[in-house]
Structures are given as structure tokens and as C-alpha cells.
Write a protein that binds this ligand. Structure first.
Ligand code: ADP
Ligand code: SF4
Length: 689
């Protein structure tokens, strides 16, 4: 039964001529699949509809071939040929009563046109602004071309209508959409009627919306997504100017969709941004217009959501990541199942799918983007197979997810953990600076498991091959994790590096075990994800003098993909951590390390009191090896299969481990598929000639 406190979240909301059934609004978000994997993306959106969202949007859809953002893979609506693919998506969105929305993007100064080879057109000329710093400049749109662009928007609106969408979102946020480029003085230097005063800079948005309304406004709602603050000071589209713009154009769109600054600002990870972080920027804007307002803020708590609406800050709760982590969030609120909500942890792994042009994953929801490829549903497991009992060894993210999902299928599961808490690496990493929300990976699963009569958890139970053979479970799943290496082996060193034992050397595991260096600490980071930077932050906070040395050109290099590299560098620099880039460590000597330049190999000594080595990880796979060595004893022990999963098989980010756990549970007792591909794949149809 729904808690009456949340009734307000279930009131319908009119958006122009259409009405959303509730206030749960899935704002546009990328998924790394886009035009390459349209059926996978469509099925993913369909699951959101099934999960109760009142509004479900596509990701950004490039609406004309003269502006595209290759290498990033989004959607395209360039010609009628694109309609069937988008119609499939809209159909899936509407299957369970959500309004189907499409986000139309013309990228302007943000689109390098690497695929179409068209000369980029922007509001004013200038170098293309992307993550990839392409050596390409855009030229200014002529007035005639602005007219063309208006017509192209109308064409795209008509095609969107033909595809069955109910809502159009015009993209003018995150620095990505041309509406913002017109509005901001940083990208609009025009001296005609489209530049200069705010009124002039608003002209394009007013014209396009008027054109569209005439074309499709009788049946479609038109929303405008603008940045709450361009965060580049007064020259940009500041929060004050956003407010002036809304006031000046009170009833312009049917709904205001407000999103913070750059994408990095808007989708900040939990390490740096709290839930509802944009509240101050959005507060009061609703009073400037008679149209409803939607805003985002990694909302996972229905209390915060209800408060946003009750106090009049927002009319609808915009969610991207929370809807990825739990597509059934609205349903769970409606059914009074608050404890079952799988809360987003704010790790931004989902975003890496887009940034690496692969396909997205979610740490919390391993079924994300596998709804069509593998037929995985986020709330329903496949039926139980022929066997009955499974022993899961290790309760990290892999073991926990395997246990949860196996129990859901109906197996009797014994979970053995060597330590005294569930969670494995997550139980340890959640105590590091900024990572407390990551603990939700364990919390969610621990609660789910506690509700299952068919799971028994055993603590202080470090199992070996002998004891596992004695137990006689039908299936053994080894999720025994991995340990950080002490010998420096990673990318720079493929064999152990020379180390003088008289210098204290620590691994991340040592630090997480509570051991501490003192004085001047050198952190050698050849891992390149978050751990080196997080430990630098911790040790600096605790008073050490910290120098972090990395062979990469960027600190915490891979976090470019989680949109936090900039913030990490800024934070550490401001804390007084010395950051040494483009240098490796060739050896650890007595009271110093020898560093080398990655380009010239020139070396120099750096004095220190201790070294923290953040290299690669070593799989904890001894039990697996011992069991494999005794394979002939399995049948007598009643064991049918032994598998190793997660970090114990091959270390990776937490999302890789939850995926491995889920996959194990799905595939247990499954048919042998031989050499067949383990997922469905979409292939571009060959043209007739
Ligand atoms: P993953 O990320 O693959 O889930 P973790 O390193 O997070 O791996 O978790 C592994 C867990 O397995 C740890 O909690 C560890 O204590 C536990 N573990 C490792 N070896 C054994 C063992 N032989 N018996 C029981 N538990 C084990
Ligand atoms: Fe949230 Fe991380 Fe999942 Fe993205 S990958 S939705 S940030 S839990």
C-alpha cells in the first residue's frame, strides 16, 4: 500500500495537450547503444514504462545531418528512414502508459561532423567544443540558414509525431544544444537580431517553438531543456540570466526542463555531489512561469522527491541515473515497497558506456541494456532449473548479487564469507572519502537476502577445497575477490619492480585495513581509476605530505569517463597534494623512489618516507585452483559444477562484479549454447546496392 505522504508524486501533470499519469519523469539519458543498438535501447525504455514512469524520454537524437557528435553514439532522425526505428522505441515507451518523449538536438558548436563531413554550423564561428578537442572549427549560420534550421526542426517534429511520440524536448543544456548556444554570450557573438540583448538571444527558441506548435502542437507537448547555470561566470548563461529568460518568455514551452551547467556539473558523481544538489539553482524559477518545471538531482529518496513538489520547487521529478539503477522505482513507491528500491550509488559507470562508445552498464542494475540482448528483466528472474543447492563463496558484489538472484530463482543458497560483514570490497571502500554511497551495493543486496528464507549466510567461514568437497552442494560459485599487488606489476611493470625493503610500502588493502604511513608519502598510481586519487585525498586529510606520481598525462585518467577527472585534480591540487604527471616509478630505493619521464625515460630521485603502490590486482583464486586439481572427487561429493566469477576471475570495477554475479545466477542450469553468441546482436541491414 502506498504511503499517503507520496500521493503527491502520483498526481497527473498536464504538459501542453498531453497528460503524464504521475510526476516520475525519466529525463533524456544516453546509453552507449543509440543508433547502433536501437532494439536494445527500445527494450530498455520499455522497461522504464513498465516500472511506472509517467514520462520516458530517448537520449539526444541528432535531428539533422549537418550537426552530429561522432564518435559518440546517440540517436538520429535525419530522414524518413529513421522513423521505424524511433517508432519502435516510442511504442515500447507507451506500452505501459508512459508518455513517450524524444529529445531533438542540433549540436552546433558541439558537433564536429566527423561522420557526415559537413562543415559544422554554429551560432558564431569558433573551435568545436567537445571532450575530444577535435581540430575543427564551425562557421556561423547565415540568416538564411537559420530559416533552414527552423524548417528542419519542424521536419523533425513532424517525423517525431509520425513515430508516435507525445513529447519533444528541445536540447539547450550541458553546452550541447544550439538553444543554449544562442542564449549564451559565450557562444553567441552575433550582431544581428539573434545576438546582443537577451531578447534577441531568445529569438531562435521563440521562433522554433512557435513553428513547432503550429506543426504538431495540437497533439504534442513541447519542452525546453536549458542549463541552470553555464558555470563560466558572467559571460555565460548564468543562473540570474536563466531566471530573466524564463520570466521574459513565461509561457514559451509547455514545460521547463532545467539541468545544471555542463554535463559534468549536472551528472556529478556522489563522490562530489549530494542528492538534490541543484536545489538552490532551481528554487524560485517555477514562480516565474505558469508552466511546469522538471529538475534533476540524482533523486532516489521518495521523501526528498515529495518535498520538492510539496514546497513548490519542482512539478515533476527528473531522473536519469536513478531510473537506470531502478527502472521500477515509481512502482515500488506506489506499492509501498520503499526498502526494495535499488538506489543509484552515483558512480557514473553508466556514463562510461557513452564515453567509451560501447554499451552502458550499471553497477546496481546489471540488467541495464541487457533487456533485449539477453532478455534480462530487472525485477524478474528466469524460472529455477533442475538442481537445488548452490554454495556461494565470498560476499563481495559478485557473490552478493549471485546469491540474491539465485534465491530469487528459487535455489537454496549458502553464502560463506571469511570475514564478519557482507560486501567484500564495497564494505571497505565505502569508508574511503566520498565513497559512502557505494555501500548501497551491499545494503540493497543484504536486505533482499535477509528477506529470503532460502538463503543462509555464514560469517567467519574461510572455506578451502577440502571443506567445500565435504559440504556436497550441487554447484559451487567462487566469488573470492582479489587483492591489490604489492610488487608494482601493472602497466609500466610487467614483472615485479625493484624495491628496497627498508622503505615502508603499502597497498590500498593495507590502507583499508587501517595501516597508515606518515611523513612524505609517494603514491605511485599505475591503476588510473579512482583508488590512487582517493587515497591521496585520505592521506592528505590525515596530515601526510602527499605526492602522487602517474605515468599518465592525467590524474585518475579513466575518470574522464565518469565525468570527474577535472574535479578530482582540482580537489587534490587545492588540498596541497603534489601531482606529478607523465612519470613512472622505476624502483623504490632506501628513502626515495626513482621516477622516469614517460617520453624521454630521464630519471630523477624523489625522497619520501613511505610509498603507496596502486598497481593492479591479483585474483584470489587458490580455492578454485585446488578444487580444479581435485575434479575427479567432485562427483562423489555431489558437486556438478564449480565456477569462478567476479574479481576472482579477473579484477575490474564493481559493476563488472555485479554483472558477473547476475550472469552466473541467470545461466545456472541453462542449456549449453555451444559456440553461439551469448547475446542478441543487431546488424545494420545491407543496402540493395
Ligand atoms: P568481488 O568484487 O568479485 O565480489 P570482493 O573482493 O569484493 O570480490 O569480495 C570477495 C569476498 O570473498 C571478500 O569479502 C572475502 O572476504 C571473501 N573470501 C575470499 N576468499 C574466501 C574464502 N576462501 N572463503 C570465504 N570467503 C572468502
Ligand atoms: Fe547510478 Fe552507478 Fe548505476 Fe549509473 S552506474 S545508474 S551512477 S549506480
Amino acid at each position: 500500500m502506498r504511503d499517503p505522504r507520496y500521493d503527491i508524486l502520483f498526481e497527473p501533470l498536464a504538459i501542453g495537450p498531453v497528460t503524464a499519469k504521475n510526476r516520475f519523469y525519466q529525463v533524456p539519458h544516453c546509453n552507449g547503444g543509440g543508433y547502433r543498438d536501437p532494439s536494445a535501447a527500445a527494450a530498455m525504455r520499455g522497461i522504464k514504462s513498465e516500472g511506472g514512469w509517467g514520462v520516458v524520454f530517448t537520449e539526444q537524437c541528432e535531428m539533422h545531418h549537418t550537426s552530429e557528435i561522432t564518435p559518440f553514439i546517440e540517436l538520429r532522425l535525419w530522414e524518413d528512414k529513421d522513423i521505424p526505428m524511433l517508432a519502435k522505441m516510442a511504442g515500447k515507451m507507451k506500452e505501459h502508459g508512459a508518455l513517450a518523449g524524444i529529445q531533438l538536438a542540433y549540436s552546433g558548436i558541439n558537433g564536429p561532423n566527423l561522420y557526415t563531413k559537413e562543415v559544422p554550423r554554429a551560432v558564431s564561428p569558433g573551435p568545436i567544443r567537445t571532450f575530444t578537442n577535435d581540430p575543427v572549427q564551425a562557421r556561423a549560420l547565415s540568416k538564411g540558414e537559420i530559416k533552414d534550421l527552423r524548417r528542419w526542426f519542424v521536419n523533425a517534429a513532424k517525423r517525431s509525431k509520425a513515430a508516435g511520440f507525445d513529447l519533444i524536448c528541445l536540447y539547450g543544456a550541458h553546452g550541447f544544444g544550439i538553444f543554449q548556444h544562442f542564449l549564451s554570450r559565450a557562444t553567441n557573438m552575433r550582431d544581428d537580431e539573434y545576438g546582443g540583448s537577451l531578447e534577441n538571444r531568445s529569438r531562435f527558441a521563440r521562433e522554433v517553438i512557435a513553428d513547432m506548435r503550429e506543426a504538431v502542437g495540437d497533439t504534442m507537448g513541447i519542452t525546453l531543456r536549458v542549463s541552470l547555470d553555464e558555470t563560466i561566470g558572467d559571460l555565460g548563461f548564468s543562473n540570474a540570466e536563466v531566471r530573466d529568460f524564463v520570466e521574459m518568455n513565461k509561457d514559451l514551452p509547455d514545460l521547463w526542463d532545467l539541468a545544471h551547467g555542463t554535463w559534468e556539473d549536472c551528472s556529478g558523481p556522489s563522490r562530489f555531489k549530494e542528492e538534490a544538489a541543484q536545489e538552490a539553482l532551481v528554487k524560485g524559477i517555477r514562480e516565474l512561469s505558469s508552466k511546469p518545471v522538471v529538475g534533476v538531482g540524482r533523486f532516489t529518496s521518495p521523501d526528498v522527491m515529495a518535498r520538492m513538489i510539496r514546497q513548490g520547487t519542482l512539478d515533476a521529478i527528473g531522473c536519469a541515473r536513478p531510473s537506470i539503477a531502478d527502472p521500477f522505482l515509481p512502482k515500488k513507491v506506489e506499492e509501498g515497497r520503499i526498502d526494495d528500491i535499488r538506489e543509484c550509488i552515483g558512480c557514473n559507470i553508466c556514463i562510461t558506456g557513452d564515453m567509451t562508445m560501447s554499451i552502458s552498464r550499471c553497477t546496481q542494475n546489471p540488467t541495464f541494456m541487457e533487456e533485449w540482448r539477453k532478455g534480462w528483466h530487472p525485477e524478474r528472474m528466469n524460472a529455477k532449473g533442475a538442481s537445488q543447492s548452490v554454495l556461494v563463496v565470498g560476499s563481495g558484489p559478485a557473490g552478493l548479487e549471485a546469491t540474491r538472484a539465485l534465491a530469487e530463482r528459487g535455489y537454496d543458497v549458502a553464502l560463506a564469507e571469511a570475514g564478519t560483514t557482507l560486501g567484500g570490497r564495497v564494505a571497505r571502500e565505502r569508508l574511503l572519502p566520498g565513497l559512502s554511497a557505494w555501500g548501497r551495493v551491499a545494503d540493497y543486496r543484504e536486505y533482499q537476502i535477509s528477506q529470503k528464507p532460502n538463503v543462509q549466510s555464514y560469517f567467519d567461514s574461510e572455506l578451502d577445497a577440502e571443506s567445500i568437497l565435504e559440504f556436497g552442494f550441487e554447484h559451487v560459485c567462487l566469488a573470492t575477490g582479489a587483492k591489490w599487488r604489492r610488487d608494482g606489476v601493472s602497466r609500466q611493470h610487467v614483472v615485479p619492480m625493484p624495491m628496497d625493503d627498508s622503505t615502508p610500502i603499502y597497498t590500498p588493502d593495507d590502507i583499508m585495513d587501517g595501516k597508515r604511513p606518515s611523513g612524505h608519502v609517494v603514491i605511485y598510481d599505475d591503476d588510473h581509476y579512482y583508488m590512487g586519487g582517493v587515497l591521496a585525498e585520505l592521506l592528505r586529510q590525515e596530515g601526510c605530505e602527499v605526492t602522487i606520481v602517474t605515468p599518465s598525462a592525467y590524474l585518475s585518467d579513466w575518470t574522464v569517463n565518469t565525468l570527474e577527472q577535472h574535479t578530482i585534480h582540482k580537489r587534490l591540487a587545492e588540498m596541497g597534494v603534489e601531482i606529478v604527471l607523465n612519470r613512472g616509478v622505476t624502483r623504490i630505493g632506501k628513502g626515495h623512489v626513482v621516477t622516469n619521464c614517460t617520453y624521454t625515460d630521464r630519471t630523477s630521485e624523489l625522497g619520501c618516507d613511505a610509498v603507496v603502490v596502486v598497481a593492479s590486482k591479483l585474483e584470489s583464486n587458490q580455492v578454485y585452483a585446488d578444487l580444479k586439481a581435485r575434479e575427479t572427487d567432485w562427483a562423489d561429493a555431489g558437486i556438478k559444477t564449480v565456477k569462478i566469477i567476479g574479481d576472482a576471475e579477473a579484477p575490474g570495477p564493481i559493476a563488472w562484479a555485479t554483472y558477473a554475479g547476475h550472469r552466473y545466477a541467470r545461466e545456472l542450469d541453462g542449456e549449453d549454447i555451444g559456440d553461439a553468441l551469448p547475446f542478441r546482436r543487431e546488424i545494420t541491414e545491407l543496402a540493395a546496392e
